[in-house]
Design a protein around this ligand. Structure first.
Ligand code: GLA
Length: 385
């Protein structure tokens, strides 16, 4: 939908024009998976698609939420904005309102809100982070709270923890808030220092392949991984002080890994330590124009996520492994939380048609699902339209 169409839709729902329209993007992570909540580095970029939020001040003591993907308006009185609902999509924006209130911000008047997004749902491209960050950006603007983009990302992450009950890291909200056109964000998730690195790939495109097998982040498997990493850290502390897995080099890890007695926690930790190194190496390779090396590191990342972190499965594995067979594919890996969702691949322009045809055919034959492919456009972070 265009912005004008969204504004018309707002009028149809609320009988008045919106005052302001905001946008925040989804993201694709190039490398650095399941490292963020372990204090490691990530390398995501914001996409050109995302979530739009239109609003007007309604002068009432209630906030009305309506998504164009949902049939009804949900009304929340101002004094109930800190209460999570059971099984409702509005927990994402509601959780953000609650965070503003928790930070001592007074919300004196309500809003009429309309939301629409074009991030494919359940694809692991951060439709939820886009919704959280667009809400945080809008409230920050409306209430003149002056939070910077990093703070808005933290607000979104807290909303996810407390209202969506997923103990996620900061990557998705940070990318949605801080993205920059044609750049990836090399983010240290411990210090939150970051560098925008140009992704100018001569004759190579970032291709996202949707398995259409939904990634089930709220299934508990994600929170379980977070716990397993914590367990590894606890055991490592028997032999040396460790705050995060990501602070260990591969060599340091080898010296003390036997302290982790649980074999599952050990595998998880091995992934994290290796993935942090791969991310740093990949960014160096990109800066040096060595895209072949970047692609190989993407493949190694997928293998580690498949064998040690165990967050892939038939759909993501088939999509990545079929991609590796194609001439002109520099690298391919799962992206995001896993358990379904999308892969990301670097593909030479002249090989894109073959990639889509061959990988699509093989994937469908093996899984019975029809995949979808998008040539990614790397866009800017949250903004007013
Ligand atoms: C999800 C989470 C992120 C990150 C990724 C895995 O997208 O929201 O914080 O942990 O999974 O890298």
């Amino acid at each position: 939908m265009t912005v004008t169409e969204l504004q018309t839709a707002f009028g149809e729902v609320y009988g008045a024009s919106p005052q302001t329209t905001y946008f925040s993007p989804g993201r694709v992570n190039l490398i650095g998976e399941h490292t963020d909540y372990n204090g490691g580095s990530v390398f995501p970029c914001a996409l050109s698609f995302g979530t739009y939020l239109l609003l007007r001040n309604n002068g009432k003591q209630e906030v009305n939420f309506r998504s164009l993907n949902q049939p009804e308006v949900i009304t929340v009185p101002l004094d109930k904005l800190t209460e999570r609902l059971e099984n409702s999509w509005i927990n994402y924006p509601l959780g953000v309102f609650a965070q503003f209130i928790k930070r001592g911000i007074e919300i004196k008047e309500g809003y009429d809100i309309l939301i629409w997004g074009n991030v494919p749902n359940g694809a692991g491209l951060s439709s939820s982070a886009a919704l959280e960050v667009v809400t945080a950006y809008a409230l920050n603007d409306q209430l003149n709270t002056g939070f910077d983009r990093t703070e808005l990302a933290k607000i979104g992450q807290k909303a996810e923890h407390e209202f969506a009950l997923v103990n996620c890291g900061i990557m998705d909200q940070f990318a949605s808030a801080n993205g920059k056109k044609d750049h990836a964000i090399f983010l240290n998730c411990d210090t939150l220092e970051f560098e925008l690195v140009p992704v100018k790939l001569d004759g190579i495109k970032v291709v996202i392949s949707n398995t259409h097998s939904p990634h089930k982040l709220d299934s508990g498997a994600y929170n379980q991984r977070v716990e397993e990493c914590k367990q590894a850290v606890t055991e490592l502390n028997n032999v040396r002080p460790v705050k995060y897995l990501a602070e260990l080099t591969e060599k340091e890890f080898k010296e003390i890994e036997s302290a982790i007695t649980d074999p599952v926690a050990h595998k998880r930790a091995r992934h994290v330590v290796g993935e942090v190194q791969r991310t740093v190496d990949a960014v160096d390779a990109l800066k040096a124009g060595n895209i072949e090396k970047f692609g190989k590191l993407m493949q190694a990342s997928h293998i580690s996520l498949r064998d040690d972190y165990e967050v892939t499965g038939l759909h993501l594995d088939t999509m990545a492994e079929e991609a590796w067979k194609i001439d002109g594919v520099l690298g391919a890996r799962m992206t995001g939380g896993g358990f379904g969702g999308c892969t990301v691949a670097l593909v030479k322009e002249e090989a894109i048609d073959t990639y889509i045809q061959e990988v699509g055919k093989a994937y469908e034959a093996k899984t019975g699902l029809k995949p979808e492919f998008y040539v990614a456009e790397i866009g800017d972070g949250a903004r007013k339209i």
